[in-house]
Each structure stands twice: as structure tokens, then as C-alpha cells.
Design a protein around this ligand. Structure first.
Ligand SMILES: *Cc1c(COP(=O)(O)O)cnc(C)c1O
Length: 399
């Protein structure tokens, strides 16, 4: 029996080796990766230049402490500030921690304005992590159930609804910030309308709120730009990153601009591992490779290609409600729960995911070629057709 805590309903496969967009399991079977470790391995697996950077740094220096200067952390902060147009970075080890830092920044900001119980506007179907504060910010009862009492200080509004945010601004003097994903990943690849971010920026400006974006999943090239907000020309005050930043080594970042960038003082926040030399070397290599190999442009082109192919091949199927996304964040919404498709894809040598019960989610490496994209679509389309053709058998309601 396994001595690992039972926190994941794991699929019956374990991988031994990866190369580019392919993974091999312990029996030697090959799989096309269309999930990238859930939006982590944007470069694919064992990219030679990434591997070399990691190996070189491992042989030089892995960890010291944040009580000393860390040159690679300074370099990575400079790089992220330049790419985002923002100012200062706090380094941590995961997405939830990046959001924890954002939540702490917002509260500190509120207290400095004399607000004793600062609150943050969050959205329905949001996912911000599984620490106590970030699960409280998350808009999913499944994530929260059993862990009450939740952390106070979050005000929930519907996704993509500016009017609802305006009403909060009129009625709640304690609000100091909004925290949103521009494309909800776990929530079902929900893309907000053009104009939503601009509207949020205006509300934040008018009320002195911080505009905080959770780009843990959408950041680092996945949508076709470094960050999803860059499609709109609107800048946030705070942004959280993790997943794709280190291509598989644990690193998260909370980036702030303007006054928010100067809020933390020594003693306010910290992390033992955060931004150590090894993970910073990995992240610097990841960013350079994305830039040099034009992977953002590729993510945009391949994402559009995959969506167009899927639309064409699934056209006219009434069970397909929507095919959406941005760059290499792709969602195919069906009209019924479709969790089984993940295991059938596994049998077919394809790694995909289902989120929000009925959305097939694809988060491929940013490196896909046209051939990889066609392999994905060729193998996925029949699985979706089979799924829809199946009798609408009662899916286990408890799942
Ligand atoms: C995955 C994810 C998180 C949580 O990241 P962890 O590294 O698992 O803590 C937070 N926000 C979003 C948008 C995510 O997709």
C-alpha cells in the first residue's frame, strides 16, 4: 500500500523519461503531452539548453539563503520587471504562495490607508490555490469544503461582470483590491471579454484599489504574450506567477508596480527556498529559450491552429458547446461530464485533462510543431465523438 497521502486521484501510469513533447512510461509506451504538467513544462521535457543550465548551476551553487545577496535572483527580477513593465519581485516556490504574497500586499496596503478589515474582490469559479487563504479566495466549494472556517476578507462576484464589481465599489468601503485570472484555468478555460480588464483598471483607479492578476497559469508565454494582460494594454499593480516560470523546478513570483512594489519591508514576508540560485538559473534559462525560439509566437499560432482544426472536425456536433481559449490554453466544453475521456486518451497515448467536469482542457508545451498539433487533433477528435455518442449514462454524482 502506498505511503503517499491520498490527495490526488492518480491515473494508472508513471513516466520514466521525457523528450520534447513526448513522455515514455515505465513500460516504454510513448505519449504525446498535451498538458505539460498542467501548464508547467512550456519548453517540453528535457530541453537541452534548459537541462544544461540546470546541470551547470547544480554543480556550482544550489542554495544559500535570502539573508545573503543572490545575484541570479537580482538578474531574474530585472528580467521579469523588464518583460512586465512592473517594478519589484518577491520570489517564492509555488502559485499559491505567489497569491499569498499578493493577498498580504493588499492587506498591508489597506492597513496603511487606515482600513482595519481590508477586503479583496474575487470571482466565481476562480482558482487561486489550496493554502487556507488562497482556498478562501478560490470560487469552488469542492476546494473549500471541510476546511472551514475560511479566511475572511474576500468578496465574491460573477466572472466577467463589471457591473457587479461597480456595485461592490459603491457598497463596500473595506475593499482594497481585486484579484482575478483573465483566463480561468481550473474554472473551465473561461476567457473574459475584451474590455473587462480595462473596465477593472478604471474601477481600481477610481476607488484606489490594487488591480491584482493571477497569471500563475496564463503567464510565461502560454497565451501568446509573456503575460495575458499584455493582450489588452492595461497594466496591473500586482501579478502572481509560478507554473511555467521554472519549467518544472518550483518557483513562484509576486510582481508589483508603483506604490505596491515598496510595501513590504524586512520582516513582513519571506521564504527559505524562495528564489534560490538553482531555481533562478532555471527560470532565466526558460525565459531566454522562450524568447530565442520565439515560443510565444509559436504558442499563438499553434493554439489558433488547434482550435481551428477542432472547430472544423467537431462542427455540427450538438454535444460540443464551445471551443475556446487563447494561445496554448484550450478548452472544449461538452454538454455533459466527460472525466472518462482522460483515461481513454491515456490508452490512445495522449495526455489531456478535464476540468470543471465538462471541459476538455489542453495545455500543450509551447514548442508544438504543426505535426504535433495534427497528431493531437487526429487522436483527440474520435475520443470526443465517442464520448458524445455514448449513452448519457448516469455519471457518478459523487465524483
Ligand atoms: C495552479 C494555479 C494556482 C496554484 O498554484 P500551486 O503552484 O499549485 O500552488 C494558483 N492560481 C492559478 C490560476 C493556478 O492555475
Amino acid at each position: 500500500m502506498s505511503h503517499v497521502m491520498n490527495t490526488y486521484g492518480r491515473l494508472p501510469v508513471a513516466f520514466e523519461r521525457g523528450e520534447g513533447v513526448w513522455l515514455w512510461d515505465t513500460a516504454g509506451k510513448r505519449y504525446l503531452d498535451a498538458l505539460a504538467g498542467v501548464a508547467v513544462c512550456g519548453l517540453g521535457h528535457c530541453h537541452p539548453r534548459y537541462t544544461a543550465a540546470l546541470q551547470a548551476q547544480a554543480g556550482k551553487l544550489v542554495h544559500t539563503s535570502n539573508i545573503y545577496g543572490i545575484t541570479l535572483q537580482e538578474q531574474l527580477a530585472d528580467r521579469l520587471a523588464a518583460l512586465s513593465g512592473m517594478d519589484n519581485v518577491f520570489f517564492c516556490n509555488s502559485g499559491c504562495e505567489a497569491n499569498e504574497a499578493a493577498i498580504k500586499l493588499a492587506r498591508l496596503y489597506g492597513h496603511q490607508k487606515g482600513i482595519e478589515a481590508p477586503a479583496i474582490v474575487v470571482l466565481e469559479h476562480a482558482f487561486h490555490g489550496r493554502t487556507i487563504a488562497t482556498l478562501s479566495a478560490t470560487g469552488s466549494r469542492k476546494v473549500q469544503a471541510g476546511f472551514e472556517p475560511l479566511v475572511a476578507g474576500f468578496v465574491r462576484v460573477p466572472f466577467d461582470d463589471l457591473e457587479a464589481v461597480r456595485r461592490v465599489a459603491e457598497n463596500n468601503r473595506n475593499v482594497v483590491a481585486v484579484l482575478v485570472e483573465l483566463i480561468q484555468g481550473e474554472g473551465g478555460v473561461n476567457v473574459c471579454q475584451e474590455g473587462y480588464l480595462k473596465g477593472l483598471r478604471e474601477i481600481c483607479n477610481a476607488n484606489g484599489w490594487l488591480l491584482m492578476l493571477d497569471e500563475v497559469q496564463s503567464g510565461i508565454g502560454r497565451t501568446g504574450k509573456w503575460f495575458a494582460f499584455q493582450h489588452s494594454g492595461v497594466k496591473p499593480d500586482v501579478m502572481s506567477l509560478a507554473k511555467g516560470l521554472g519549467n518544472g523546478v518550483p518557483i513562484g513570483a509576486c510582481i508589483a508596480a508603483g506604490p505596491a512594489a515598496k510595501l513590504f519591508k524586512p520582516g513582513n514576508h519571506g521564504s527559505t527556498f524562495g528564489g534560490n540560485p538553482l531555481v533562478c538559473a532555471a527560470a532565466l534559462a526558460t525565459l531566454s529559450i522562450i524568447e530565442d525560439e520565439k515560443l510565444m509566437q509559436n504558442a499563438e499560432a499553434m493554439g489558433n491552429f488547434i482550435r481551428a482544426e477542432l472547430r472544423e472536425r467537431l462542427a455540427g456536433l450538438t454535444g460540443v458547446r464551445d471551443i475556446r481559449g487563447m494561445g496554448m490554453m484550450i478548452g472544449i466544453e461538452l454538454d455533459k461530464p466527460c472525466k472518462d475521456i482522460v483515461e481513454r486518451a491515456l490508452d490512445a497515448g495522449l495526455l489531456i485533462n478535464v476540468t470543471a467536469d465538462n471541459v476538455v482542457r489542453l495545455l500543450p508545451p509551447l514548442t508544438y510543431t504543426r505535426e504535433d498539433a495534427l497528431h493531437l487533433v487526429d487522436h483527440l477528435t474520435p475520443l470526443i465523438k465517442d464520448e458524445l455518442a455514448k449513452q448519457a449514462a448516469p455519471q457518478s454524482a459523487a465524483a
